[in-house]
Design a protein around this ligand. Structure first.
Ligand code: 5GP
Ligand code: MN
Length: 338
């Protein structure tokens, strides 16, 4: 995003507009944090702003400032369609392909409003008039901070905005430990704390709200963990029956995939979660170093993401999906073999 783009956007935002802000389907901490942070900022200029999420998200995100104002397209479609159709501007945050917003895709594609993308995933589609796309960024929240700063408004970041942005940077960087965490990330984090983000409370709100059942489900996931040492790979499966046994709720499996990656010597980890309602296996992939799970997911599992964190899905059943997964590993032996 160059100076001209920023000036054009600034001019555009200088009078009240109807604005819709959209995160990806199954929004995570970065998606909800970035949309709510931007929401609060734009509200200060008396724009008519609404965040519309494609579907619901985990309870551990339901404490953020203004979270209760978010519309969910899956259950509030009519109202949402009106906002989308009448929007002057649509911000799309934390994704870069309209296929990532599920059932909202048709309405957003047809929308006449100006689209602005803020995102850090690889290989962006070209649907937006203005694109702030940077794969080197830790998170979309870091980019929303930069965006507000580029507009000359960093002094407008109050404790609510700071809280939202902090939460998203924290979750997308695995609490500041992934390689995407730079000194700039830490400078921004320091700045957000100065502006009133209560770092310890935010961490507690997100990570220390486990239910007993979630921990039991984690126990099951860990006992299902399999290792393929020759490919430095580990994977976990969870069937729908197992999820039901532990009264699975959205978000309960968040972070499970990282346990595979925490094994000594493992550089590639996966989790396969059966979703009977959607009739798919949802896949999360993680890696260390140069091995790109984004590429692997794009090639074999209709997904994508980042080099070290990606997602995808499979239409085969759980066992067939695992067979497929194991059968493709030799294609990556150059990267994976010790
Ligand atoms: P997670 O495994 O935590 O669901 O997602 C890891 C990363 O991959 C996130 O940045 C997420 O946005 C992205 N991602 C997850 N699922 C998909 C998918 O189905 N398609 C694409 N393109 N990206 C995904
Ligand atoms: Mn993100």
């Amino acid at each position: 995003m160059n100076k001209d783009d920023i000036n054009s956007i600034k001019a555009l935002l200088s009078s009240p507009k109807a604005i819709v802000i959209i995160p990806h389907k199954n929004p995570d901490g970065d998606a909800i944090g970035s949309t709510l942070g931007l929401y609060r900022y734009l509200k200060m200029y008396n724009h008519n702003v609404i965040v519309i999420a494609p579907n619901d998200y985990p309870d551990f995100l339901k404490w953020m400032p203004d979270e209760s104002t978010i519309l969910k397209y899956e259950s509030q479609q009519e109202e949402s369609d009106d906002y989308i159709k009448n929007a002057d501007i649509l911000f799309t945050l934390d994704f870069n392909s309209l296929s990532r917003i599920g059932d909202m895709e048709a309405a957003v594609t047809a929308a006449q409003g100006m689209k602005i993308m803020i995102d850090h995933h690889q290989q962006p589609d070209q649907y937006a008039k203005y694109m702030y796309s940077d794969v080197s960024m830790s998170s979309t929240c870091e980019m929303v901070f930069n965006f507000i700063d580029m507009l000359g408004d960093s002094d407008k970041i109050n404790s609510d905005i700071a809280t939202c942005l902090y939460a998203g940077i924290m979750t997308d960087t695995g609490s500041f430990r992934f390689p995407s965490t730079t000194s700039a990330t830490h400078h921004i984090i320091g700045n957000l704390i100065e502006k009133g983000a209560r770092n310890s409370d935010i961490h507690n709100n997100i990570y220390d709200t486990n239910s007993y059942e979630r921990l039991q489900l984690l126990g099951r996931a860990l006992s299902n963990l399999k290792v393929i040492p020759e490919y430095r790979t580990a994977y976990i499966t969870l069937s729908q029956d197992e999820l039901n046994t532990f009264n699975f709720k959205k978000g309960d499996t968040e972070g499970f995939v990282n346990y595979g990656l925490s094994l000594k010597g493992i550089i590639f980890a996966a989790i396969f979660i059966e979703n009977q309602q959607e009739n798919i296996i949802k896949i999360s992939l993680r890696s260390k170093g140069d091995f790109s799970v984004n590429k692997l997911s794009r090639t074999h599992f209709s997904g994508g993401g980042h080099t070290n964190a990606a997602g995808g899905k499979s239409d085969l059943n759980l066992n067939e999906t695992i067979d497929k997964f194991i059968s493709i590993l030799p294609q990556y032996k150059q990267d994976l073999k010790a």
